[in-house]
Design a protein around this ligand. Sequence first.
Ligand code: SF4
Length: 487
Amino acid sequence: MREITYAELRDRFAPCALHETGEGYAPVPVSERLAQAIWFDQRLQREKLQTADGQRVRVVSPGWWNLEAGPDFRRAVIAFEDGAPQLGDVEVHLRANDWHQHGHDGDPLYNNVLLHVALWHSGGERPATTANGRAISRLVMSDQLDAPLEQLYDSIEPADYPYDLDSHVGRCEARLRTLPAETVVALLDEAGLDRLRAKARRMTRWIQRHGVEQALYAGVMEALGYKHNKEPMRLLAARLPVARLRELPATQAQAFLLGVAGFLPERTVAASDAATRRHVKALWEVWWKARDEFEGKTLVRDVWRMAGLRPANFPWRRLAAVAQLLATHWELWPKIESALTAKREAQRAARLEALFADVEDPYWSRRYSFASKSQPKAERLIGEARARDIVINVVLPVAIAQAKLLERPALAEAAEKIFVSYPATEPNALARFTAHRLFGQRPPRGIRTAARQQGLLQIFHDFCLSDRSGCAQCRFPELVAQFAARE
Ligand code: SF4
């Protein structure tokens, strides 16, 4: 029997519309990514663009290509008829009925969609609506393209999108390109320090209200929530303050944290092995006596987002790490202070990072959940990259805030020094997006430090986020010119 080829399987399983569109013959295989690229590049007859129900459309900005969950493009700026430009998301599909097929009509992540873009009209009789019942305008691209589809197919390489391109850079890129690399990195360093000091001001308020240990604990909890579970971790830190966990052995602290988080399995659940049975029993022995105290404060399971999480990052592992951390150093500030004042400057950052990266737990270091088997190899509860994020985003801002409150400028200086020389972590989607807008494919040498990465995020928040003009009215290029003149 003839073996089926990869190409045949790809055509069967990959999200391609191969030739048969339901509306006739498409001469080339078209993927959703190509449709997204057509929208991103606005390969449309822009002057006479119309929605399916005949409204005139003016696209000021197609939006930012979103690589995370949710709509394909964020913060597009679009005007309908003669109305003012509106800010919202855009979702792009091959066929109009994909909106319903993909379940976006029931998904609140799509509530902010302003325009549904489909390459073809198939199934377009059914209007697109959001989970909160709002009707969304639809734009069908196939009869409004600026060139035949085959020609677009030949000229667009979907794999290059969104960042391996020289296009889609911001207006500031041309100005930044003319500057020496040292000036650009100096600008990023200053923007990064500005961000660090703003975080320190926020931490000052936390410390004044709740004390330095609670500020550190809440900050670490939030950072361990990463992007999906920041909010429940923050809530948990407020409902179960660090003072309640103080001086508890790790198992007791873990029982409190997992209990209030809503993660303790029912005692009756059949455990998979003896170690799990023993561990669950030990946790329940603590929790059943304490749970009345947290009546009405326990989180419901639904507030936690598990979709897309790697098992190693499951929140119960993170909470076990916090329990161990507090049991080992029930006061974190003296340890941080000692690391910041270590004689050998080169060791300061490593000592701060080790506080978090070296945390182990006899049960959770080898488990992903109560139902999982014990793994042959222990896996860190807090990986190096996360430990570094905690140092950059929590420890250093708290240290600067506390140093100011204690009137110890040398401590704040030591924290800032670590910050500017710290290597960068893996850039998040916003840092990558901003780097591309500012520098295209030619970032300046030396950009990969934590301070410069934070500088990119600060510029994003200060300028890109508030821009509704597709860069036209953004004043960052002027700032760049003045900064360069100052140097
Ligand atoms: S909005 Fe401003 S800072 Fe952002 S890319 Fe455009 S010109 Fe640059």
